[in-house]
Design a protein around this ligand. Structure first.
Ligand SMILES: Cc1cc2nc3c(=O)[nH]c(=O)nc-3n(C[C@H](O)[C@H](O)[C@H](O)COP(=O)(O)OP(=O)(O)OC[C@H]3O[C@@H](n4cnc5c(N)ncnc54)[C@H](O)[C@@H]3O)c2cc1C
Length: 399
């Protein structure tokens, strides 16, 4: 079996893995990113990046390239119930340097990171290559077994990083314990053209009793729509036929009825996201560390996943590059330090998302009324609205 030796082997070329590969290569570390797919053409994945994530893209030095390649600026967010606006957020009102969420196609984001990383000789991207096992020696992980176009090979590394997403194989193989906490609903995603009388700078949230839908402008001229169904409810929805999906959307956005019928003609025009959060109490063991969704899968509410993936990578890279020359014990300490730094912010995002998610499930009239009162009061109290949104979108840019 072929062998390759690097300082760091990163499994997964999503936002977390590619950003880590880029940051390590810039620091002169020998890094191999192992990615199972042959391309970055993924749809319905992390396209809206929060203002904090935008600030991280600027710190990574790739924001200008991204906007030049094409991205949409999101200026407003409107939450409405049965045609009445309950809450309106104007991102122009925030004083931060990067105040607007940005819709960035993930293929653009990842291709730009790859381009930048390839400027460094110490960076390798192994495409079409899957991690299929961990290599262990003296109780520590010393690399992976992978399968790629040339067959199986071992990739030896002083640190192996699992950045392989929400269904992480590396987590499964690592022996680290975790809890997967299913939320009450799943989400169906689809894409529609932006209606002529909607602007493409406004993110709409619609609620109707226990149902909610997100209508997110998506580069170049589309809108991503995500609406909730009961947990595991896809089979029932499909059994009821495509018309039942159209009707569900009518309840949330009746003005889109024609667009929905013209554009969603097949179940293949939709995809379903199984919503869960995962809690991994320890993100590392000697020689191995998890980052991004592999360490902390969040719900898609409020678009936090990419931001945390990038922040993980940018926090970890300097810790690893400093520890690498000092040996295994220092690397183990660096991995623990990484978790210590990152966990509080993740806990905050998770609990905000869970509270928001809970509000969206209210369906009995009393709680629905309480929810509308809450959103209306928030809307009328600018300082409170700012404080709450600061915790969601501006954790990194707080003044
Ligand atoms: C439908 C949907 C909508 C979302 N919308 C948003 C949003 O609007 N905003 C936002 O911020 N977040 C959103 N998210 C979340 C966001 O996509 C993730 O949080 C983010 O992509 C996490 O990055 P990651 O690099 O940790 O994992 P991923 O992006 O999942 O990347 C993991 C990579 O690992 C690769 N891989 C997996 N197993 C192996 C293996 N064994 N060997 C080699 N490679 C492997 C995969 O192919 C993949 O490329 C959404 C998620 C989904 C599913």
């Amino acid at each position: 079996m072929d062998k390759l030796s690097v300082d760091v082997c990163v499994v997964g070329g999503g936002p977390a893995g590619m950003a880590l590969g880029l940051e390590l290569a810039r620091r002169g570390c020998d890094v191999a990113v192992v990615e199972q797919t042959s391309h970055f053409n993924r749809s319905f994945r992390g396209e809206t990046v929060s203002p904090d994530a935008v600030s991280l893209l600027a710190r990574l030095g790739i924001l200008e390239n991204i906007t030049a390649a094409g991205a949409l600026v999101n200026r407003k967010m409107k939450l409405a119930e049965h045609g009445r606006t309950l809450l309106e957020v104007d991102f122009d009102d925030f004083p931060h340097h990067h105040r607007h969420p940005l819709d960035v196609p993930q293929p653009t984001l990842l291709a730009i990171m790859e381009h930048e990383a390839r400027l460094h000789a110490s960076f390798t991207l192994l495409r079409n290559t899957s991690a299929i096992g961990l290599v262990e020696s003296d109780g520590a992980i010393v690399g992976i077994r992978s399968r790629g176009p040339a067959g199986e090979q071992e990739i030896h590394a002083r640190m192996t990083v699992g950045a392989d997403g929400r269904y992480s194989n590396i987590l499964e193989m690592s022996g680290l314990t975790y809890r997967r906490e299913p939320l009450e609903r799943d989400v169906v995603w689809l894409k529609l053209p932006v209606p002529a009388d909607w602007t493409s700078d406004t993110y709409h949230i619609r609620i109707a009793g226990g149902r909610h839908g997100l209508f997110i402008p998506t580069y170049p001229d589309l809108m991503r729509v995500g609406f909730n169904i009961p947990k595991g409810g896809l089979r029932n929805l499909r059994r009821a036929g495509l018309t039942s999906l159209h009707t569900r959307l009518d309840e949330l956005a009746p003005e889109l009825a024609d667009l929905v019928r013209d554009n969603i003609r097949n179940w293949s025009d939709t995809s379903v996201l199984d919503i869960f959060t995962s809690v991994v109490p320890r993100w590392s063991r000697p020689g191995l560390l998890l980052i991004g969704d592999a360490a902390h899968t969040l719900s898609p509410i409020l678009g936090q996943g990419v931001s945390h993936a990038l922040f993980d990578a940018m926090t970890l890279a300097p810790l690893l590059s400093e520890a690498l020359p000092k040996g295994r014990d220092e690397l183990t300490l660096a991995a623990r330090e990484f978790q210590r730094i990152r966990e509080p912010s993740l806990r905050r995002s998770r609990s905000l998302q869970l509270r928001q998610e809970k509000l969206f499930t209210f369906s009995d009239p009393v709680r629905v009324l309480l929810r509308s009162t809450f959103y209306r009061s928030l809307n009328r109290t600018p300082w409170l609205k700012k404080r709450l949104l600061n915790n969601v979108f501006f954790q990194l840019q707080k003044q």
